[in-house]
Design a protein around this ligand. Structure first.
Ligand SMILES: [Ca+2]
Length: 475
């Protein structure tokens, strides 16, 4: 029954007390948001990785729409998830370093859909706070599919949102079917240095991706068994890049910020569709609300921007899902805060803006050394540094991880791995000026003061108030 007809029905039939309550309209979908952990967007079978086995996610893509223009606004776990759930960029919400939390009073998709009558849950990795901002029921262990089954079947009259946040394939890579991957036979991606250590770790990382894929397969079977597949909008997100050097995490390159995103909604989303519309994690919450029949423009996020606007930073891409539009944004934005990351030595803040073709990165403290434990003090980088003693090209590539110039500018069309910095090319000056202007405007809207914001980062970390997991895979 359509919402309008339901309203007429309610006015005619229901007793006065029931009118004004939020009834479950049968056309309101459930939402299953599946979030991977540190998975580079390239590392899926259907995206073109020749080795990694992801049959369930490949099938999901064939049954739904691939959103090739999705980007994260951060490349660490905690700020990415805050943006995804709040619809706000990281600095505005106060949730910009890792292990962070939003400002008191901020509301999230859990708040909004709960108010709209949904049952809201999160299974697995949390890494968000404060708890009042994220009022979900926590289903702890992502491998406990009995808990998932119980949640989705609990009450057929109530629509639900479940975020299924896997811990895979976050390092250390210890799980999954390792026998599927022979390190000696892997094709090494061009952004990685090929040696035995890289191969061994890549095989272990791929095994965890396959474990994640098996989880996705199990979730799809649960939906089928509950006869809810047709009523459920499934959105899969790769979260952000892997922790290999240049795998993307902790960096502004596309390996880190670009996301493999797939949405399935039978009967609504065309199977096998693709869109390159630029969009970001902040757009997910408004999209879910729009799909649930709630106008995102009516939402008070509880957290004003620098101009006092309390609405979302994000906007709904429902029309992209439905094939009615192929355009959402002209620019996507990213920030990275180093202060507070385990093993960081000096502040090394970064900001970036990207359009459909070009990316500008600002390193706000290029005089400093970028160094954090999980990229610079562990394998495989140690082995790369050994090999670089006799390989000047590799040595330069390793050095770039620690020291970069103030400005970087890339043409993603001709240089998809971002190895040719065009920031000083006079032919690019107009493009650079345009991107600088966009980045300045975004930072101003966010109340982002660059280095000063970076130095305040520890005040935004909140382990005590954070819905953070005690497991080791939380970096
Ligand atoms: Ca992550």
């Amino acid at each position: 029954m359509h919402r309008f007809s339901f309203l007429i029905f309610a006015l005619l039939i229901l007793p006065p007390a029931a009118i004004g309550e939020e009834p479950f309209a049968p056309d309101r979908p459930n939402f299953l948001l599946i979030v991977a952990d540190d998975l580079c967007w390239r590392d899926f079978g259907f995206v073109g990785n020749p080795d990694v086995k992801t049959p369930s996610i490949d099938r999901l893509a064939a049954e739904g729409i691939t959103l090739g223009g999705m980007f994260s606004p951060a490349t660490t776990c905690s700020p990415s998830r805050h943006a995804l759930y709040t619809g706000l960029y990281c600095v505005r919400a106060g949730a910009y370093p890792n292990h962070t939390q939003a400002y008191e009073g901020t509301r999230s998709i859990f708040t909004h859909l709960k108010e709209a009558g949904y049952r809201v849950g999160l299974q697995g990795k949390q890494h968000v706070g404060p708890p009042e901002t994220f009022p979900y029921e926590h289903l702890r262990n992502p491998d406990d599919l009995a808990a998932t089954r119980e949640f989705i079947r609990r009450d057929a009259s109530q629509p639900w949102l479940l975020v299924y946040a896997s811990n895979d394939p976050h390092a250390p890579w210890t799980r999954g079917p390792k026998d599927l991957y022979d390190p000696a036979k892997l094709t090494i991606p061009p952004y990685l240095h090929d040696n035995e250590t890289t191969r061994r770790q890549l095989a272990a990382y791929y095994a965890e991706i396959t474990k994640l894929d098996q989880q996705v397969g199990s979730l799809m079977r649960l939906l089928d068994e509950a006869e809810q597949a047709d009523d459920t909008l499934v959105l899969f997100l790769s979260e952000q890049g892997s922790s290999f050097p240049y795998g993307g995490k902790w960096l502004m390159y596309d390996n880190g910020i670009r996301i493999t995103a797939v949405a399935r909604w039978p009967g609504k989303v065309e199977a096998g569709a693709e869109s390159d519309a630029l969009m970001q994690y902040v757009d997910v919450a408004p999209t879910f609300l729009a799909a649930a029949g709630v106008d995102p423009a009516t939402i008070d996020t509880g957290c004003p921007d620098a101009a006092g606007d309390r609405g979302f930073d994000g906007r709904s891409f429902l029309d992209v899902l439905l094939g009615k539009s192929d355009r959402l944004r002209d620019y996507v934005f990213v920030q990275h805060t180093t202060v507070g990351i385990i093993g960081y030595k000096e502040p090394y803040p970064m900001r970036a803006v990207r359009d459909a073709r070009y990316k500008l990165i600002r390193n706000l403290a290029p005089q400093n050394t970028y160094s954090i434990r999980y990229i610079h003090e562990v394998q495989p980088l140690k082995s790369w540094q050994e090999d670089a003693r006799n390989d000047p090209q590799l040595a330069a590539r390793v050095e770039w991880l620690f020291h970069r110039p103030a400005d970087e500018l890339y043409d993603l069309k001709s240089d998809p791995y971002e190895t040719k910095n065009l920031a000083d090319d006079p032919a690019m000056s107009e493009i650079k000026a345009r991107l600088n202007q966009q980045l300045d405007a975004w930072m101003a809207q966010q109340g982002d003061e660059g280095m000063e914001t970076e130095l305040n980062a520890k005040s935004r970390q909140g382990r005590g108030r954070n819905r953070e997991d005690s497991k080791s895979k939380s970096q």
